[in-house]
Design a protein around this ligand. Structure first.
Ligand SMILES: Cc1ncc(COP(=O)(O)O)c(C=O)c1O
Length: 372
């Protein structure tokens, strides 16, 4: 009989861990009669800002909205060029285009798989207004170098932290380096809701205020719009659930990093490239993504052993049908194009047991040793 499947992620187990606490707050919210932008959202915003070491947090409807709103709150809009990467979730680019801004791609650095700061200056034009670095998989992008280029050219920096809750550079959490940051609380994220959710984070009072208006029709007072805005609000149920999960985030991230270290060990000498830990940074280990020249056969080997894997992402944004050939910089991405066919995401979530991690490690070893 085959062994039970090890999925890449398992949201049901996470729910079961917190079921009692979650049921209690859901009931509380239901009985409160207040379901959107209320006391739970306010409390979550304060708690998450404090957890990050940031001044302001504004709950919004999704991570995609958070990127759009963070940009718009920084004054970015129609026709403004925004430098980012093709090696990301499509959401990053969709969010830029949705506010009428124009994405411009820069290649990534092998190893970090994040934006290559040395290439940014080459694509800056008179229309460039912002840089959106993506802390991909939980790996912090090089914020010091990015901020230096941004300062030189007067550009805004909006961090895409959708995959990086708890990642750090020099002991400082990502999301606090740029002018603003966008977080996603999509259920699989390190801090995940039970539905959609996101947040804009900033240390700047004016950007925070602008985002507060923009997320709700440009209202400064109820029913009176001072600017055209969005409808992008976090609901009370999600905020209440996020407040519970936030209490466990540090512990969960530690467990993710521990599992990652076991994988690192199992992969030594296996001819694959594990995620890199850059000096003085802390990887949030949202996803454990390896590079292998034999990606597809390794994937098959693991699947035969009932170990699920995933591809983040099967195709970079600039090669996807919606974007193919039409984004500035799309012909200058050799590292991105060389990388994506090698990438493989292994199972990683805090509830993975040691026995399951061992099974994955053993399967990885048996592949590199050429045994069954
Ligand atoms: C890098 C990145 N940016 C933005 C998003 C968008 O977040 P959401 O799915 O909450 O809209 C995601 C989520 O998949 C992401 O991974």
């Amino acid at each position: 009989m085959s062994e039970p499947q090890i999925p890449v992620t398992n949201l049901k187990l996470q729910y079961e861990r917190h079921a009692r606490e979650i049921s209690r707050v859901v009931e509380e919210v239901l009985r409160s009669g207040w379901y959107i932008l209320g006391s739970q959202v306010k409390a979550f915003e304060v708690e998450f800002a404090a957890w990050l070491g940031a001044e302001y947090c504004l709950g919004v409807a999704s991570g995609t909205d958070a990127v759009s709103l963070a940009l718009a709150s920084c004054g970015i809009g129609c026709g403004d060029e925004v430098i980012t990467v093709s090696h990301s979730a499509v959401a990053t680019v969709a969010a830029i285009e949705r506010i009428g801004a124009v994405p411009v791609f820069v290649d990534i650095t092998p190893g970090t798989r994040c934006i290559d700061p040395a290439l940014i200056e080459k694509v800056i034009s008179s229309a460039t207004k912002a840089i959106v670095p993506v802390h991909i998989y939980g790996q912090p992008a090089p914020m010091q170098e990015i901020s230096a280029v941004a300062a030189k050219y007067g550009l805004k920096v909006i961090e895409d932290c959708a995959q990086a809750h708890g990642a750090e550079i020099g002991g400082q959490r990502v999301g606090t380096f740029g002018d603003a940051a966008a977080f996603s609380f999509y259920p699989t994220k390190n801090l995940g809701a039970m539905g959609d959710g996101g947040a804009v984070v900033t240390n700047k009072t004016d950007i925070g205020a602008q985002c507060r208006y923009l997320r709700e029709y440009g209202w400064k007072e109820r029913y009176i719009s001072y600017m055209p805005g969005f409808n992008s609000r976090l609901d009370e149920m999600q905020a209440a659930i996020l407040r519970i999960k936030l209490k466990y985030l540090e512990e969960d991230n530690r467990r993710r990093r521990h599992i990652a270290s076991l994988y690192d060990h199992a992969l030594q000498g296996a001819g694959v490239t594990p995620p890199q830990e850059i000096k003085d940074t802390l990887h949030a280990m949202h996803l454990y993504v390896i590079e292998s020249n034999e990606r597809d056969s390794l994937r098959l080997h693991l699947s035969v052993k009932n170990i699920q894997t995933a591809l983040h992402y099967p195709v970079p944004i600039h090669l996807q049908p919606a974007y193919n050939g039409r984004i500035k910089g799309c012909d200058q991405l050799p590292v991105t194009e060389k990388l994506y066919e090698k990438l493989l995401t292994l199972p990683l979530y805090p509830e993975l047991t040691d026995a399951e991690v061992n099974r994955v490690c053993q399967a990885l070893r048996s592949f590199s040793e050429g045994t069954a």
